[in-house]
Design a protein around this ligand. Sequence first.
Ligand SMILES: [Fe+2]
Length: 311
Amino acid sequence: MALRGVLRLGEIGIRVLDLDLARTHYVDRMGLIEVMCDEKERKIYCKAWDEHDHHSVVLREADEAGLDYVAFKVYDDQTLTDLEPKVEAFGLEVAHIDAGVYPKSGRRLEFILPSGHRMQLFAEKEQIGNTLGTRNPGVMPDEGVIRGFRINRLDHCLLGGPNIDECGRLFKEVFDFDLSERIEDEESRESLALFLTCSTKPHDVAFVIQPEPGRFHHVSFLLESATDVIHAADLIGKYRIPVDVGPNRHGVTRGNTIYYFDPSGNRNEVFSGGYVHYPDTPTLTWDTSQMGPAQFSQDNVPRESFLTVVT
Ligand SMILES: [Fe+2]
């Protein structure tokens, strides 16, 4: 299948407790590019350098940290039209958001996932490019465009909540995702985490079982190489950014990873690598007898905080 339908996690809205501290973290330290600021709404809009769309991360000041919404970009407007009745037939109520309500964006469909998260679909967003142009673009932008952790793009998110098997069924049956990996309880065989892809990436979204709906486990950004993960780790140490799990490799997805927290307690990840998923790649299953290697395969030690700390 050529990549059509749902393309990727195109935008994530994150609640932060202090917008100025968030700007220091996401823009000054991590190196995302601030493209727009709404002082009245207390929001800043950011992108990574190699994304063409106007923005991919929206930080909003609020009383509570956590996830505002996830918005997946679809191939075209007809895809939105085709998906709406399918989402409704699945049993979710779909709201319509007019073009322009979300800045630089075309119309959106919005619904609440069985896990309690607010999800949107959109087809259009103003494109501002990656500074290289589209004719004879070269391979890297001018110095100063790639800064901080050298983030290439927004990659995926991990959401915590109940009913994750229902979420998996929605993404598979309605959005045409594949289940790339699954973690289950060794005894009961109940799902503890699901990893779903709409591309050749090991995952574009993942769900982990949590008793409370709508919880935010992490947002993840792609780096070019494992060397860049170590470079990011050096900056994380230099700026005293709280670390959840130092540089390691996931068993699930095989990504080279580091986890840390923003000033509001939202978990972030930067990673590189991971295998290539094709539509005929079989689902990989891990169980709770192997939680160490599944989570962090270089020391095989499962982290309690990794499963319990969410915003
Ligand atoms: Fe991740």
